[in-house]
Design a binder for this molecule. Structure first.
Ligand SMILES: N[C@@H](CCC(=O)N[C@@H](CS)C(=O)NCC(=O)O)C(=O)O
Length: 215
């Protein structure tokens, strides 16, 4: 099997979390961010991740791919159960997280952003104008302050989750927190720090910078 990904993409990282945990032998193909043709040929639109199954069929949608892969051999994740408050936390914190992570995605040397055209594709799509991206970058500290208002609610969620093996909650949350670690000056509470480092180790998906620990 083959998996088409972008390394900055949280949905692609969801799938990699399971692949690494189950040690599945799947060929990873990182597409350039401006390659519209390859995904469009496979599934009719430009969106990753896409899994090419052994029978050649292309399967899009991260959760469908994870569900399919988790059924192979012994299941790691079991039935889909996601904390009903997790989506709300992600929605509420999005306006603080996105301006921190998005500019840094395209500045990081991810393989999908190796050409100017690939970078420009992302910048135009996400920001419209390079000046908007620059503005987000310059206001990182302000957004990081906003983010601090959201940590107590996340700490409450994490307190209710089991911390033995990988869960569906981790699949949804960790890629977002990991992308926040692109910010070299990230400061997180001890509970969140423990969570990020534990899941990074469990899934062999290292953080980009180790956040400063608060408490
Ligand atoms: N619902 C999809 C969402 C995937 C998604 O939004 N992927 C983004 C990258 S993070 C994408 O490929 N967007 C098109 C683009 O980057 O041009 C899934 O869960 O797989």
């Amino acid at each position: 099997m083959q998996l088409y990904i972008y390394e900055h993409c949280p949905y692609c990282i969801r799938v990699l979390m399971l692949i690494h945990t189950k040690k599945l032998d799947i060929e990873l193909i990182v597409l350039s961010n401006d390659d519209v043709e390859t995904p469009t040929k496979l599934i009719g639109k430009k969106i990753l991740p896409i899994l090419i199954q052994d029978n050649g069929e292309a399967l899009p949608e991260s959760l469908d791919i994870i569900h399919y892969l988790d059924q192979l051999g012994a299941s790691s994740l079991g039935d889909v159960t996601v904390d009903p408050n997790l989506d709300a936390w992600l929605s509420e914190s999005k306006a603080s997280r996105d301006p921190i992570t998005r500019p840094r995605m395209v500045l990081h040397p991810f393989p999908e952003f190796q050409t100017e055209s690939a970078k420009n594709y992302f910048i135009t799509k996400k920001f419209g104008e390079p000046s908007v991206m620059q503005n987000d970058l310059e206001n990182s500290e302000k957004y990081a302050e906003h983010l601090h208002l959201h940590w107590p609610a996340l700490i409450e969620l994490l307190g209710k989750w089991s911390d033995n093996s990988l869960t569906w909650n981790d699949i949804i949350l960790f890629p977002r927190l990991r992308n926040l670690s692109l910010y070299e000056a990230l400061i997180v509470p001890g509970v969140v720090h423990n969570y990020m480092t534990r899941i990074a180790a469990l899934t062999s998906l290292p953080l980009f910078h180790l956040p400063t620990r608060l408490g």
